[in-house]
Design a binder for this molecule. Structure first.
Ligand code: FES
Ligand code: MG
Length: 582
């Protein structure tokens, strides 16, 4: 196979010996030889997202050897480089702020260095979309490799899932049933090994999305981090990246509208995270694919939930993998005619061929479309005078919640409004708010611009007194997000957010609100003249930035419904082509 690769513009350009010499001498001093750099073989970048600050992805430090071995085995030259760390639970004010920063720096690396194809090492929530967005913008051959979920956590004989054990323990603490030490011990029990969250939170969801989009090898995303199959997958992915460089199989060949429709359907079937819509929207926009938040209802609502993994179910990542993982889910959907089978994947094969007849190996964990855990399990997209769009994850609505709040699918309540998570924590137990089961909790100023970055805070826990009466969830809504591990049926990702003048900014504690799931609306029941007067009295708040990036981000970011992208960046597409300027 002879082909002139982009990296030869650096390492073998007889028209510019001066620059070629400069490039060669410095890459040689790290043990690459001139012979190999001028061999005409492809340079395969490996975007390493693992570090001490990014524990969810730290497994990649150990997978590097196998990825590089695979690249060598197929005749490529591996070059590893670091990615700005994004750690979901450790980064203040929120990891979401850094998705676009990691995206931006990856675009510069992929565009500006001698890289012919890239292995994207994914894992923790935002590391996956950040890199798929970057690869889509630059459009060189790219393949994603998940680090894999942690082993299943266990606490006193019961599965302890990432995040889910936190929400449960918070309630038990509020009820006085556990103390501080037990809370900490329960939390740590959910994290028994290297890897990312073992629930179907945002990490497992986004890696399932990468696989459903066709950006990984089949079966890649669900293998638990410590399993030997994970090492083997790292080797195979490295090999495949080299072949993709020769085939020039680029994100633009894979990330089509049909691929996004497949991903949306898989998201419903797995009971995936409410963070998937903004991330997929961002990937689609950088790939130049038309997608809209309403597609989540039109394409995705009518599908069944078939995966029994927390938070929508009971199992965790190990069982999901053993039941067949994402290929089994896709196989079940394909067999029922719910998936496009004719589109290309990173494997070099179309979906149907790549799946190779995969079906569920354990119907307790992955069931069938004919016998689902829940019918019509996708997201409902709501609108009204409080926002143009917001999402509700229906697969986590418990029977108790439905009976208590959503009989006839309509709920009228008194609004209690919090100005952010600090205000919520300060006041939620304040008796004067008189929060009862005819209350809906609202939180605002927590969207992309407001927070900044959009915070995972909409799944607000009821006051302690209500929890002690057995009310574990109240209806909640807000312009932020919530953890993908939350089992709360919140109304979230409201766009436009309050600080840019979304209707949520005009809501007041004491207003009546009406949620109507049949018509897909949530409205403040406030007379038009009064609403208009509030609009006229509203002024844009002063925002306080803590870092330069926060200011840059706020000045350029769009709304969650549009993917929370740096708006100006969406104009740059397939930029690998126009190179020189050495
Ligand atoms: Fe990183 Fe969940 S916190 S994967
Ligand atoms: Mg999260």
């Amino acid at each position: 196979m002879s082909k002139r690769f982009r990296s030869q513009e650096w390492f073998d350009n007889p028209n510019n010996p001066g620059m070629t010499a400069l490039y060669l001498e410095r890459y040689q001093n790290q043990t690459f030889t001139r012979e190999e750099l001028q061999s005409g073989r492809p340079v395969i970048g490996i975007a390493n997202t693992g570090s001490d600050l990014a524990p969810c992805n730290k497994i990649h430090l150990f997978l590097m050897d196998r990825i590089k071995a695979g690249i060598r085995d197929a005749g490529g030259i591996p070059m590893e480089f670091p990615v700005h760390p994004i750690q979901e639970t450790g980064k203040r004010p929120t990891a979401a702020l850094d998705r676009n920063l990691a995206y931006l720096s990856l675009v510069e690396v992929l565009h500006g260095y001698p890289i012919d194809a890239v292995v994207l090492t994914t894992g923790c929530d935002k590391t996956t979309p950040a890199q798929l967005m970057g690869a889509a913008t630059v459009d060189i051959p790219a393949i994603a490799l998940n680090g894999g979920p942690m082993l299943d956590g266990w606490w006193k004989g019961k599965r302890a899932g990432s995040g889910t054990i936190i929400w449960e323990s918070r309630r038990l603490l509020a009820e006085g049933k556990i103390d501080y030490d037990e809370f900490m011990n329960r939390a740590c029990a959910s994290a028994p090994s290297l890897g990312h969250c073992n629930t179907m939170g945002t990490a497992s969801t986004m890696n399932a999305m990468a696989e459903a989009l066709g950006m990984t090898l089949p079966g890649s995303s669900a293998i638990p981090a410590p399993f030997r199959e994970r090492m083997a997958m790292a080797f195979e992915t490295g090999k495949r990246a080299v072949q993709m460089a020769y085939e020039d199989l680029k994100p633009s060949d894979i990330l089509t509208r049909k691929a996004f429709e497949n991903a949306i359907r898989v998201n419903t079937a797995i009971g995936g995270s409410t963070n998937a819509p903004p991330h997929l929207q961002a990937i689609a926009r950088h790939a130049g694919v038309e997608l809209d938040v309403t597609d989540w209802q039109t394409v995705g609502f009518d599908l069944p939930l078939i995966v029994n993994v927390q938070p929508a179910g009971t199992h965790l990542g190990e069982s999901f993998y053993r039941a067949g993982g994402v290929p089994a889910v896709m196989g079940e959907l394909l067999a029922s005619g719910r998936l496009h089978g004719d589109i290309m994947t990173a494997s070099g094969k179309p979906v149907t061929e790549a799946l190779n007849g995969a079906r569920s190996e354990d119907h307790d964990v992955i069931t069938t479309v004919a016998n689902p855990l829940r019918e019509k399990a996708g997201f409902v997209v709501l609108s009204g005078n409080l926002f143009d769009s917001a999402l509700m994850k229906t697969s986590v609505i418990s029977d108790d919640f439905r009976t208590r709040f959503l009989q006839d699918e309509v709920f009228e309540a008194k609004a209690v409004v919090f100005e952010g998570p600090e205000d919520y924590h300060d006041r939620v137990n304040d008796d004067s708010l008189a929060i009862d089961d005819h209350t809906m909790l609202f939180i605002r100023n927590v969207g992309c611009v407001g927070y900044p970055g959009s915070a995972e805070v909409v799944n607000m826990q009821p006051p302690d007194a209500l929890i002690q009466q057995g009310i574990n969830h109240l209806p909640t809504a807000g312009d932020g997000r919530q953890s993908g591990t939350s089992e709360s049926p919140s109304i979230l990702n409201a766009s436009p957010e309050a600080v840019v003048g979304g209707g949520l900014a005009l809501l007041q504690t004491g207003d009546t609100v009406r949620l109507d799931l049949k018509s897909g609306t949530l409205n403040a029941v406030v007379p038009d003249e009064e609403w208009q007067a509030r609009r006229e009295a509203w002024t844009e708040p002063e925002l306080e930035h803590q870092t330069p990036w926060q200011e840059i981000y706020r000045a350029n970011v769009g709304q969650l419904a549009e993917g929370g992208c740096l708006e100006l960046a969406t104009a740059y597409q397939r930029i690998a082509r126009n190179l020189p300027r050495d």
